[in-house]
Design a protein around this ligand. Structure first.
Ligand code: GP9
Ligand code: MN
Length: 401
């Protein structure tokens, strides 16, 4: 196992990027509110449908934030929980099943636990039963001191739709708890309304659905818009509670929303054909980091990365020692990091190429290239997944490296 560690560590070191020293500790001791935006994809950001903005609040927020526009979805079958796993561990989820279910006894080096150890109150908010995705087991294991689930919310026919409590009600009810928890806190919040099949009562439609053959595509827009509104309310209430100024907000899309089977109708909206390379590009999720007081530094970053890169970014911003964690991701704010993401299906993205379905594409113009152009990225991607899987399947974090 020592040998295993040496090869794994060598792999991580090979691609490591020095975290940006300009931002080390920029959010030290601040509260953290991390929101999982259910099924929100990047293609809705700064766009309109029927002439109406889809995410007016997020668009405004981005102007005062770090916005990462090239973050690829790295979740696997464990969907929301895989994204949570990556936010907490900067390890890849597995190629099969949900790692929250299959490896809930492994030793990890998670962010919530590191924060708990420095005196943060760590907690999670989600209006679903906590046995779903085995969260009741995984949350304490990852270092969440407590969590709020289905029973902690007042759920009625009026305030729920689809999978449950509507996001606006979820935010309002969660805020009642957030006002009371000790600071500094690390709180994750998982939204739910923008979940397949995107059901929403007409009275909650802030914008009209799209008009295509696919009800899924059509309905997706008003539910995204609804979640956007819930975020506006979250920020307003955080301000009212006097918590805003001392809180770093991290908002991320947990995974894709529109499945490939609907791309023909989505293509109608997008106005371009969704070829295999465009299909990979569609699988991007927004990542927004908002630190009050740092509006001047607001910027749109085009660095190519994935879910696993968020945690190292936060570790640096929070001023936590990175050597306490084994992370496959790299600080998104680092000036040294090269553009790279591998998805769980093996698709690869760099600034130059996209490799998917055994085809190598020029990332900028979509031209098909000979496979040699993708080999380097391909091998790196294979190793990434292989070594991360090895850590999980072998429970290698048991051994201090
Ligand atoms: C369930 C919610 C949705 O609690 O996280 O899960 P998903 O189906 O998106 O993985
Ligand atoms: Mn989800």
């Amino acid at each position: 196992d020592r040998e295993d560690w040496e090869t794994i560590q060598a792999h991580i070191d090979k691609y490591a990027a020095e975290p940006n020293p300009q931002f080390t500790g920029a959010a030290e001791d601040m509260n953290v509110v991390m929101v999982s935006l259910e099924s929100v994809e990047s293609f809705v950001i700064n766009e309109t449908v029927n002439g109406e903005e889809i995410t007016p609040f997020l668009n405004e927020l981005i102007e005062d934030s770090f916005y990462f526009e090239n973050i690829y979805d790295q979740a696997g079958q464990g969907k929301t929980s895989d994204a949570e796993f990556m936010m907490s561990n900067s390890l890849y989820p597995l190629g099969r099943g949900a790692v929250f279910h299959t490896h809930d006894e492994n030793i990890y080096t998670p962010l919530p636990r590191a924060l708990k150890e420095t005196g943060y109150h760590t907690t999670s908010f989600h209006a679903n039963v906590d046995t779903f995705y085995n969260r009741n087991v995984m949350y304490p294991h990852l270092g969440f001191k407590d969590h709020y689930e289905l029973d902690d919310y007042e759920i009625t026919d009026e305030n729920s739709v689809g999978w449950g409590l509507k996001d606006i009600d979820f935010v309002k009810q969660s805020m009642e708890y957030i006002r009371e928890i000790p600071e500094p806190f690390y709180a994750t919040m998982l939204t739910l309304t923008n979940h397949f099949p995107y059901e929403l009562d007409p009275e909650d439609h802030y914008i009209k659905p799209y008009d295509s053959e696919s009800d899924i595509v059509n309905r997706y827009f008003p539910t995204v818009r609804y979640t956007d509104e819930a975020m506006r309310i979250l920020f307003d209430e955080m301000k009212e509670a006097g918590l805003y100024e001392n809180t770093m907000f991290v908002l991320y899309g947990d995974h894709y929303g529109i499945a490939e089977s609907h791309y023909e109708d989505l293509s109608d909206y997008l106005g371009y054909e969704v070829t295999d390379d465009e299909s990979v590009k569609l699988d991007r999720v927004p990542v927004i980091i908002h630190i009050p007081g740092m509006e001047e530094e607001a910027k749109i970053f085009d660095t190519v990365g994935g879910h696993i890169d968020v945690m190292p970014t936060l570790i640096n911003l929070l001023g936590l020692p990175e050597e306490n964690h084994v992370m496959f991701g790299r600080d998104l704010l680092s000036e040294e990091r090269d553009d790279f993401a591998v998805q769980r299906d093996g698709s690869l993205i760099t600034d130059e190429v996209i490799y998917t379905k055994e085809t190598c594409f020029n990332a900028s113009n979509g031209d098909i290239l000979s496979v040699e152009n993708c080999i380097e990225a391909f091998e790196r991607g294979e190793n990434e997944l292989f070594y991360s899987d090895k850590v999980i399947y072998g429970d290698l974090l048991r051994f201090p490296n």
